[in-house]
Write a protein that binds this ligand. Structure first.
Ligand SMILES: NC(=O)c1ccc[n+]([C@@H]2O[C@H](COP(=O)([O-])OP(=O)(O)OC[C@H]3O[C@@H](n4cnc5c(N)ncnc54)[C@H](O)[C@@H]3O)[C@@H](O)[C@H]2O)c1
Ligand SMILES: [Zn+2]
Ligand SMILES: [Zn+2]
Length: 340
């Protein structure tokens, strides 16, 4: 099988021929059909974060494909089932977080494409209990971005506790943001979308944003305050200044939900204003298996639209550059059958 491999941080990925991986107990092997490029994969390949993966590794946590071999003990999946393999590759199932519905906080978790090989490959392994069945009517190319961009922003909107008639700011209308905007609309909110490229601002309008703010030309905080301030701001842009800008636009009692993970940066939380205004800052990391089930259900019911362009895996390095330039449709999805 072919796989795109990070051999050293910051170096171009290398397309390698590798033997098919053998599923261990509780695992399945998947023939990958589609695999999304999340900005997290770029952070992984650059070694951006304090806890680093160990090269060589195969990134990718939006892999979707068909089960082709079952490891010992796997009974609830069958050969030919379509599944998606999210960032939460495995959690312990026994700790206080797992037992209280917060498996995303499990300290024993293994992350796909980071702590084990991921979806930038023709074949991959997954722990069967965390391989999410993809319902009928959801194509592999739609399912791929939903597997991280979708579930992460769906969860962030839950964490933000968004209610109808509230104003929600979506900062960054990329892979995550274009879905966040739709979940905010589904929740009944008025949506302000913020970005710095013309294409993304146009996309935000197409997807039904009520207010579109160009952070290159407009003061984000002031624009949001003109509308009373945001009840919640979801920070999805890979830029600490964008976090501060969105935070400046919160109304009293408002919540800043931090989701993007720029390599460096801190934001200032002024004590006096935070206390007087009763604002909060909350981190949100991906979503649970149940969140992903709900994301797929919404999509199967025709309530969300995934915007993507497909490319062959061989284009992985150009594709990463295009994401960094902001020069893509909302998501790139690798087509693992391209050229077959
Ligand atoms: N917390 C989590 O669970 C989680 C999950 C997935 C991804 N992430 C992180 O979220 C971030 C976004 O991922 P993505 O795949 O959507 O990236 P992306 O590159 O597709 O989207 C980022 C968007 O932000 C816009 N942007 C850049 N500067 C801006 C600014 N100053 N103001 C407003 N918008 C601006 C870009 O134009 C782009 O549209 C990454 O850091 C990724 O690692 C976090
Ligand atoms: Zn991701
Ligand atoms: Zn656990």
């Amino acid at each position: 099988m072919k796989a795109a491999v990070v051999r050293a941080f910051g170096e171009p990925l290398v397309i390698e021929e590798r033997p098919d991986p053998e599923p261990g107990p509780g695992q399945v092997r998947i023939r990958v059909e589609a695999s999304g490029l999340c900005h997290t994969d770029i952070h992984a390949a650059h070694g951006d974060w304090p806890v680093k993966p160990t090269p060589p590794f195969v990134p990718g946590h939006e892999g979707v494909g068909l089960v082709e071999e079952l490891g010992d003990g796997v009974t609830h999946l069958g050969v030919g089932d379509r599944v998606a393999v999210p960032w939460l590759g495995k959690a312990c199932g026994r700790c206080e977080h797992c037992l209280s519905g917060w498996e995303t906080l499990c300290e024993q978790q293994i992350n796909t494409g980071y702590g084990c090989d991921g979806g930038y490959a023709e074949k991959m392994l997954a722990w069967a209990d965390f391989a999410q069945p993809v319902p009928e009517g959801v194509t592999p190319f739609d399912a791929a971005p939903l597997t991280c961009a979708g579930v992460t922003t769906y969860k962030a909107l839950k964490v933000a506790d968004v209610r109808p008639a509230q104003l929600v700011a979506i900062s960054g209308v990329g892979g995550l943001g274009h879905l966040a905007l739709q979940y905010a609309k589904i929740a009944g909110a008025t949506v302000a979308a913020i970005d710095v490229t013309d294409d993304k601002l146009a996309l935000a309008r197409e997807l039904g944003a009520d207010l579109v703010i160009d952070a290159r030309k407009q003061d984000v905080g002031k624009e949001l305050k003109k509308h009373g301030g945001a009840h919640a701001a979801i920070a999805l842009a890979v830029n600490p200044a964008a976090f501060e800008a969105a935070s400046a636009g919160l109304r009293r009692g408002g919540r800043l939900v931090m989701v993007a993970l720029p390599a460096h940066g801190t934001i200032q939380v002024p004590i006096f204003d935070t206390v007087l205004n009763g604002t909060s800052v909350i981190g949100s990391i991906v979503g649970t298996r149940q969140d992903l089930t709900e994301v797929f259900q919404l999509h199967a019911a025709g309530r969300t639209k995934v915007i993507y362009e497909t490319r062959p895996l061989a284009s992985v390095n150009e594709s990463i550059d295009a994401v960094l330039r902001g020069d893509i449709k909302a998501r790139i999805v690798f087509d693992l059958y391209a050229g077959k």
